[in-house]
Design a protein around this ligand. Structure first.
Ligand SMILES: [Cu+2]
Length: 143
């Protein structure tokens, strides 16, 4: 129950800050902004965008292609090269079309794009310029 105690302490702090008559609607968020008690800080999983697969039919790939995370976790896609890629959500893995859930672009080495998944499910995505061979799945399971 340490989490509940910490949340209680933060609530008390927030009330105390409010009591001193802060002019803003909300007290300034402390550096460790507390997530809701039911959503502990998530883990971060990295997926690399690599164009050194050595496969002439699929020269670039998401590595790993599939990741399984928990609700509240974050996937961080990082570009291995200076190649232009997108990280584009699609409703179906076999029909690659932007679904609008997320859509990131990376075109520099070590450039990153992150998405925090707040609901469980299977989230397929692909790279638009390399849609024929570059796709992946994020499986999000309940905590
Ligand atoms: Cu790509």
């Amino acid at each position: 129950m340490a989490t509940a105690r910490a949340a209680g302490a933060l609530l008390a702090l927030a009330i105390a800050l409010g009591a001193v008559g802060c002019a803003e609607d909300r007290p300034a968020a402390p550096a460790t902004s507390a997530p809701p008690a039911s959503a502990p800080a998530g883990e971060q999983v990295e997926v690399r965008l690599s164009c050194s697969t050595g496969d002439p039919d699929a020269p670039c790939a998401f590595k790993p292609t599939e990741v399984t995370i928990h609700v509240g976790d974050t996937v961080r896609w990082v570009n291995d090269d200076a190649t232009y890629h997108t990280i584009t959500s699609t409703e179906r893995a076999d029909v690659r079309r932007p679904s609008g859930r997320f859509d990131g672009v990376v075109d520099e080495r070590e450039e990153a794009f992150t998405v925090t998944f707040t609901e469980s499910g299977e989230f397929a995505y692909y790279c638009q310029p390399h849609a024929e061979f570059m796709a992946g799945v994020v499986r999000v399971v309940p905590e």
